[in-house]
Ligand binder design. Structure first.
Ligand code: ADP
Ligand code: ZN
Ligand code: ZN
Length: 761
């Protein structure tokens, strides 16, 4: 075997391709693809990733630099994960090195030294130690106490802890070590952040007929094993999780591992507990973990010590040795899309990873993304349906209340409609619980002057600031800037500023006012900062100490409390006012999901949706629990407009502090992209001998814009965007590729490419 002489090194920078470095003789026998290396770059050095070898470098031999060293003896990425990062780089239009960085948790990426602590370990058997203690004379009293302590602990203990408990210095430990009675060992510590959560083992449910059919389909793919994508379309409360659990049980029995992706906000202790009740070794990748903890979990998974990995978006990269199944729960959730480079969609990455690992992928939702549903309709994915709730519980009846009419009658915009208030009182009287949903946090979303129409805006972003009453600040939800809430108008100096618009905080206050004596909790990112705060609310729901919970999307996900019999949606059509082609889909999803929290127990339940557009088809279909009907209608619009799933989009963002420079760059990009469309459409002449082969039809890629983004400024940077609309991903890739040189950031202007964008704001 010839030793490698030149290596391709991917660097975590926006470079068009990996760079070539010489492999010094000393490293040649050790370096493999997937190794992390130190390499010289410009005037310093960088960590890079070896992604391949070449016989000759692309640059003149005398200019090729040497790899300095390997960071570890082992490669940091296995072959198939590396392959996945290459796909991500190509598809999402970033560099290979940037894609690799997304796979590694920060603690691993930064090559931090491991946290190690010293443990004390008994080297003799308990009997020998007892005999020794009985003899006595040659050990000092401190030594005796240490030995008794170790005997009692019956396991290795951290040195610092033993010193503290016994109130002794390290010196008697060292004396014992010199005599060969104990050893002092430095070890890496691994934390299990969920170890204090009590687990009640839970046996599998006997499946319903629908669950049985769905599970059988997944098992047949698991037993092959074969790559296959399943879309488990099951109404809320139909027992999707039970299907996941039993499919995973088969994976684990076969000695393989499973990854379960859930949206960040659904990654609650309750969710994790359901998996821990069935499987012994569950690893959780949660954003509440410290970097070091995440690093620990990652290493544990890599050693094959976890059977199941649960996590949000980035858990799709969990370094499982033998991956048997990937589950994506709530696959329609927009939070699976990462909003910085690489801008990947975890569901789509999961599908690609399943393909590379030859493992089935199970996507689950009560409201599938239209992209996934269309793939099921076309036969690309296998559709599995759970059309009924378990134990024949009915789906809750949904009523829409016309806020416009009520406003007219009451001459004010009511926070709580008459209907919702009456039902809430009834629920209280029966000692049942109510969830109120509003997807906006804070107290008032607009601070404005009625005399001159001044609006209190963020100085750095083109958005109105939100008033947060409890912390008494005005807060920008885009950049986090805070100001004191204005008391007089800075423009006309009038005193009567109005605080308008409703957030969860105001609903909380209104509920406490209207229903004196009730226990109300709020669940949004302002109040749910730690696991303790979750535990408090979830505990309160469980014990019945809480009457009402008001919250943002957090209450729409995964809460399963049988005593919740009423769900109130404060502003059911709020999402319809966004300028986004997915507005109707978002509205249908949110209302259906949050409605799904009601009536999960034997007492049943109902849902009230307040809206200004009660007749909009997305609300009408949600009221009828008619996903298929909604999808049919919405897919029709999408087809007409060439929007996903019938076309592919890429959004090109241009960001600049300087208005003139930014606009110019955006306009130049428009020209460049339009000529790239022409260039990409040029079909190469058929090769000699292939005469008669018709050139493939030229795909039409549309370029829209540039235009200022709906949010024209964030963090002092002005924003423009262009939209590419292509019939296929290949056509899109070709146009982006042809414009690669123009799509680079330059000087003070940043260019960002977002393939399959989720947000168009
Ligand atoms: P989904 O995820 O589809 O909303 P869940 O998986 O949360 O539904 O299931 C709803 C409830 O029904 C849970 O409390 C679950 O334990 C229970 N459940 C699931 N499958 C069965 C079954 N076959 N028989 C009885 N109860 C079940
Ligand atoms: Zn004013
Ligand atoms: Zn701001």
């Amino acid at each position: 075997m010839t030793l490698p002489r030149f290596a391709e090194i991917a660097l975590p920078l926006p470079l068009p391709r990996p760079l070539h470095y010489r492999v010094p003789e000393g490293l040649a026998p050790r370096i493999t693809v997937g190794h992390r290396v130190w390499v010289p770059f410009r005037n310093g050095r960088l960590i890079g990733y070896c992604v391949g070898f070449v016989p000759f470098p692309e640059i003149a031999a005398d200019r090729v630099k040497d790899i300095e060293s390997l960071l570890e003896d082992e490669p940091i990425l296995e072959g198939r994960l590396l392959e996945l990062t290459r796909w991500i780089a190509e598809y999402y239009f970033c560099s290979w090195g940037e894609a690799i960085e997304a796979v590694l948790p920060p603690a691993v990426r930064k090559a931090r030294p491991r946290r190690t602590i010293t443990f004390v370990k008994l080297l003799q058997s308990a009997d020998e130690v007892r005999a020794r203690l009985a003899e006595g004379p040659d050990v000092k009293p401190a030594g005796d106490r240490i030995l008794r302590y170790l005997l009692e602990a019956a396991e290795d203990v951290p040195l610092a802890e033993a010193m503290g408990r016994l109130d002794v210095t390290a010196s008697p430990f060292h004396t014992l070590a010199r005599r060969g009675v104990v050893a002092l060992e430095r070890r890496e510590v691994e934390s299990d952040p969920y170890k204090d959560v009590p687990i009640r083992p839970h046996p599998p449910h006997a499946l319903t007929a629908d669950q049985e059919t769905a599970l059988a389909a997944v098992l047949s793919a698991l037993d092959c094993p074969a790559f296959r994508v399943f879309l488990l379309f099951g109404v809320t409360g139909s027992g999707k999780t039970e299907v996941y659990l039993q499919a995973i049980a088969r994976v684990v029995a076969g000695g393989a591992q499973a990854i379960v992706l859930v949206p960040e906000i659904a990654l609650t202790p309750q969710t994790v507990a359901r998996f821990r009740a069935r499987f012994e070794r569950v690893a959780v990748l949660h954003s509440h973990l410290t970097e070091a903890e995440r690093g620990d979990e990652w290493r544990r998974i890599r050693r094959g010590e976890a059977q199941v990995v649960i996590g949000a978006r980035s858990a799709v990269f969990a370094p499982c040795k033998r991956l048997g199944l990937i589950v994506v729960d709530e696959e329609h959730e927009p939070s699976f899309k990462q909003e910085n480079t690489p801008r990947y969609h975890a569901r789509d990455v999961a599908v690609m990873r399943g393909k590379l690992e030859n493992a089935p992928v199970l996507l689950g939702s009560a409201t599938p993304a239209l992209e996934s549903y269309q793939n099921a309709l076309s036969g690309k994915y296998a559709l599995l349906s759970l059309p009924r709730r378990v134990e024949d519980r009915p789906l809750p009846p949904v009523e829409v209340v016309d806020l416009a009419r009520e406003m007219h009658e009451r001459r004010t915009v009511p926070l709580l409609s008459h209907t919702l208030e009456v039902y809430a009182r009834e629920a209280l009287a029966r000692e049942e619980q109510v969830i109120f949903f509003l997807n906006r946090r804070g107290f008032a979303t607009l601070m404005t002057c009625p005399s001159c129409h001044y609006v209190h805006r963020c100085g750095r972003c083109s958005v109105a600031m939100t008033f947060h009453k409890r912390s008494a600040i005005a807060l920008c939800h885009y950049c986090g800037a805070e100001t004191r809430p204005p008391t007089t108008c800075p423009d006309c100096h009038s005193k009567g500023l109005q605080f308008l618009g409703v957030g969860t905080e105001k609903i909380e206050e209104e509920l406490k006012r209207a229903f004196a004596g009730t226990e109300v909790a709020r669940m949004d990112s302002d109040t749910m900062r730690s696991r303790k705060s979750y535990d408090r609310v979830l505990g309160g729901l469980l014990t019945g100490d809480l009457d009402f919970v008001v919250g943002t999307q957090m209450v729409a996900k995964g809460l399963d409390f049988p005593n919740v019999t009423l769900v109130g949606v404060i502003a059911g059509d709020a999402a319809l006012f966004l300028k986004d082609f997915r507005a109707a889909e978002r509205t249908f999803q949110l209302v259906t999901q949050v409605a799904g929290r009601a009536g999960r127990g034997p007492r049943g339940g109902r849902v009230v949706v307040q809206a200004f557009n009660p007749t909009h088809f997305s609300l009408r279909r949600a009221v009828e629990h008619d996903y298929e009907g909604f999808a049919r209608e919405e897919l029709e619009h999408r087809r007409e407009m060439g929007y996903p799933p019938f076309g592919r989009l890429a959004r090109v963002l241009v960001l600049a502090k300087d208005e003139g420079r930014g606009r110019r760059a955006a306009e130049e990009l428009g020209v460049a992209l339009r000529s790239a469309v022409v260039a990409a459409a040029v079909v190469p002449a058929p090769a000699a001998g292939a005469a008669g082969a018709a050139p493939s039809p030229v795909p039409r890629v549309e370029v829209l814009g540039p235009a200022p983004c709906p949010i024209a400024k964030i963090k002092d940077r002005l924003r423009w965007h262009l939209l590419l609309k292509a019939p296929t991903p290949a056509a899109l890739g070709r146009v982006l590729g042809a414009a690669r040189a123009d799509l680079r950031s330059r000087g003070s202007v940043d260019v960002v490419v977002d393939v399959d964008p989720v947000s168009l704001l």
